[in-house]
Design a protein around this ligand. Structure first.
Ligand SMILES: Cc1ncc(C[n+]2csc(CCOP(=O)(O)OP(=O)(O)O)c2C)c(N)n1
Ligand code: SF4
Ligand SMILES: [Mg+2]
Length: 305
């Protein structure tokens, strides 16, 4: 990537201001069920904001609809609890118009891969700068147990009483194939690893996507036990010799059976939409410098004749 197409770091970490306390970041009290994995993701988000010394006015939290999408209510900062499946389109607008903010988007597997599947693909391919964390619980939690795109075959829900039989989406493969430039996998049950992934994603100049397993204790209890060493499972990390710039290797890693691998699968640098669009805008401004509004309009009308 050429130097001129690098996006400026969104956060100028402020040394003169003390990191916020958890009390200062937290807004409303979460209303999730006891033991819901989303609690752990929220507390790591607070930790990240503290660790990176980000202040209220420099962070924005965008989400769609779902239990996981309730994040914006719980953060004392800019944010929007937007339309189901449309978090990324809203977040893209914020990211493109406010380069001084760090944009975080959160959502669930339904919000991200089902109703929002097209936005996921296009935001990834456009490489819009933001950090996107999908809390995947393999079910629609908020609407009380419908099959989601990631529900495994055989999962009995209110929409598949006999057990799901449609082939589940593989989010990692989907993200890589769509053109995402940062693709990582983690779990609510390993907060240290989750923080590490969020920290890396935040520094990525582009679309930083994290698939985070987050258990729905109400409608899919034990779904991720096989990935939790405290519950007799294992948490296999991405092998140390894995080349994160190798798309085929990342794709292959994504195909491993559950629990699969955890860590950074893929990361490459490609100019962001933010940088490309800013260049077009700067060129246009230079071209029309000193001109009155009506003269610019007249030029456009003439061009359309
Ligand atoms: C346009 C539209 N369609 C459907 C719904 C109903 N709805 C709300 S949340 C949701 C699914 C949520 O599942 P997921 O995104 O996995 O989030 P979770 O609750 O599991 O965290 C659905 C179908 C809606 N709010 N808007
Ligand atoms: S229904 Fe599931 S996802 Fe929603 S708050 Fe309860 S445990 Fe969490
Ligand atoms: Mg879900």
């Amino acid at each position: 990537m050429t130097e001129s197409l690098k996006t400026e770091p969104q956060i100028k970490e402020t040394e003169e201001r003390k990191p916020l306390t958890k009390k200062e970041i937290a807004a409303d009290h979460p209303t999730w069920c006891p033991g819901c994995g989303d609690f752990s993701v929220l507390s790591i988000y607070y930790k990240l904001i503290q660790k990176r010394n980000i202040h209220h006015e420099k962070v924005t939290t965008v989400a769609g609809i779902g239990c996981s999408s309730r994040f914006p209510y719980f953060v004392q900062a800019h944010g929007a609890h937007y339309i189901h499946g449309r978090a990324l389109s809203f977040a893209s607008g914020v990211s493109l118009s406010r380069p001084d903010l760090h944009v975080f988007a959160f959502g669930g597997d339904g919000d991200a891969y089902s109703i929002g599947g097209n936005h996921f693909i296009h935001t990834a391919r456009k490489n819009v700068k933001m950090t996107y964390v999908v809390m995947d619980n393999f079910v629609y939690g908020l609407t009380k147990k419908q099959t989601s795109p990631t529900s495994p075959i055989g999962y009995k829900s209110k929409t598949d009483l006999w057990g799901a039989f449609d082939k589940p989406t593989n989010p990692m493969k989907l993200a890589i194939a769509a053109g995402a430039t940062f693709v990582a996998r983690t779990s609510h049950s390993n907060p240290k690893h989750l923080l590490e992934m969020m920290n890396l994603a935040m520094d990525h100049d582009g679309f930083g996507y994290i698939e985070c397993l987050s258990e729905c204790t109400e409608f899919y209890k034990g779904a991720f036990d096989a990935s939790n060493p405290r519950k007799g499972g294992e948490y296999p990390l991405v092998p140390e010799d894995h080349d994160v710039t190798d798309e085929s290797a990342a794709y292959e890693l994504s195909g491993e059976d559950f629990p699969g691998r955890f860590g950074l699968f893929y990361q490459v640098q490609r100019p962001t939409k933010n940088a490309l669009e800013a260049r077009v805008s700067d060129d246009a401004k230079a071209k029309f410098e000193g001109k009155q509004d009506w003269e610019i309009l007249q030029t456009n009308f003439n061009r359309m004749k």
